[in-house]
Write a protein that binds this ligand. Structure first.
Ligand SMILES: [Zn+2]
Length: 210
């Protein structure tokens, strides 16, 4: 399986597709947010320092993120990189890290979901605060209204998912992603997926990762 860099605006279904690839093909899903949270949870010195910075809303340095990323990329399973690179500088960091661990990107996948569809998904989204499962008020209803199928916890809607704030988040993301996409298009790694339906997106992804 090819190593994947996943780029997608919020609510494009990146999490769902990542879960499918992990389950079906044994991918190692690497998200820099998860790496930071795992380091905090480990209780290490670095974790304590990170917890303090995150609490104060301070930016985490590239150096720290990169070192956690490098460690995660030493795992031999094929990887899905999620949420990185986000800047042109990080494109360069990633190339340096990959060459150190002797690996390469097989494909960069962009899930091109239009703003109105992403918005309706996001604003109807229900999240389980305990196990992080995601449901939707109309598209992917939990079996019992308001209750997580997996662990029975009461579901919440994320407070930042109002229509207005979502649109800002979406457009900011798309704007910032432009140079990243342009770069990976220029070196032939970019694959844009325009499908919306979850199964169709999965089958498009399967065509490019094998
Ligand atoms: Zn749950």
């Amino acid at each position: 399986m090819k190593n994947v860099v996943f780029v997608a605006p919020p609510a494009a279904g990146k999490g769902t597709q990542s879960d499918i690839l992990v389950e079906k093909y044994g991918y190692n899903h690497i998200s820099t947010g998860d790496l930071l949270r795992a380091e905090v949870a480990s209780g290490s010195e670095l974790g304590k320092d990170l917890a303090e910075k995150m609490q104060k809303g301070m930016l985490i340095s590239d150096e720290i993120v990169n070192s956690l990323l490098e460690k995660a990329l030493m795992d031999e399973r094929p990887f899905i990189l999620d949420g990185y690179p986000r800047t042109e500088k990080q494109i360069t960091y990633l190339e340096e890290i990959l060459s150190r661990v002797n690996r390469e990107i097989g494909v960069v996948i962009y899930l091109n979901v239009p703003e109105n569809i992403a918005c309706s998904r996001a604003t109807g989204r229900l999240v389980c605060p305990k196990c992080n499962s995601v449901f939707h008020k109309t598209e992917n209803k939990p079996k019992v209204e308001g209750i997580c199928d997996n662990c029975g916890e009461a579901l919440i809607s994320r407070s930042d998912d109002t229509e207005e704030t979502f649109k800002v988040r979406y457009n900011t993301y798309v704007e910032n992603a432009k140079p990243i996409l342009k770069y990976y298009e220029s070196n032939g790694l970019l694959k844009v997926i325009d499908k919306i339906n979850i199964d169709e997106v999965t089958s498009e992804i399967e065509k490019v990762i094998k």
